[in-house]
Write a protein that binds this ligand. Structure first.
Ligand SMILES: *[C@@H]1O[C@H](CO)[C@@H](O)[C@H](O)[C@H]1NC(C)=O
Ligand SMILES: *[C@@H]1O[C@H](CO)[C@@H](O)[C@H](O)[C@H]1NC(C)=O
Length: 167
């Protein structure tokens, strides 16, 4: 009896040691996972471009957003929040950022996608700065882990330009 209890205890200790080792290896591997996400955004159409009665420029765009964010997912990823932002300079601010679209990716299976959409949030400027304006489109992501720290990064696509005239 004594010897059986002793052996069971030794086995349990061994199992717990292996488990602890596996956990350590898993979180270690998470640190060294270097993700390589890709993204591309095409502006398919400028639906309209106007000065609003309050004097602010506003534009409506249709895009095709395509991305492969599968490499952001590890055993420790709960979900990934993504948003597309237009970024441009004006005389007043060196960086204006307007969020145009966002989404939550619940799993790796959903992390490779393309979406044909108009801007979900208004693309408007505090003034009439948008005519002929060059802008960047950045796809930002926030990776929400099951345990540990959140991390964020982005892919910047540059070289977009709004028309010189309202339409
Ligand atoms: C959007 O882009 C993806 C990837 O480039 C492409 O496969 C898809 O056909 C495009 N969809 C539209 C509506 O342009
Ligand atoms: C747009 O992208 C270019 C190239 O990456 C960068 O030099 C420029 O500062 C960006 N503009 C803004 C407003 O972020």
């Amino acid at each position: 009896m004594h010897s059986f209890g002793h052996r069971a205890n030794a086995l349990l200790t061994f199992a717990l040691t292996i488990l602890a080792l596996m956990c350590a290896m898993a979180s270690f591997s998470d640190n060294f996972n270097s993700p390589s996400p890709t993204a591309d955004v095409q502006v398919l159409n400028i639906n309209w471009f106007q000065k609003q009665p309050n004097g602010n420029d506003e534009v409506s765009l249709t895009f095709n957003i395509s991305a492969d964010l599968q490499s952001l997912f590890t055993w420790n990823t709960k979900q990934v929040f993504v948003f597309l932002a237009a970024e441009y300079e004006t005389p007043k601010n060196s960086m204006n950022q307007v969020s145009l679209w966002d989404g939550i990716i619940p799993s790796k299976e959903h992390a490779k996608f393309w979406i044909h959409t108009t801007n979900k949030y208004r693309f408007t400027d505090q003034g009439s700065n948008l005519r002929g304006k060059e802008f960047n489109l950045s796809l930002h992501w926030h990776v929400m882990p099951k345990t540990g720290k959140m991390f964020a990064d982005k892919i910047v696509m540059s070289g977009f330009r709004l028309p010189e005239e309202y339409r």
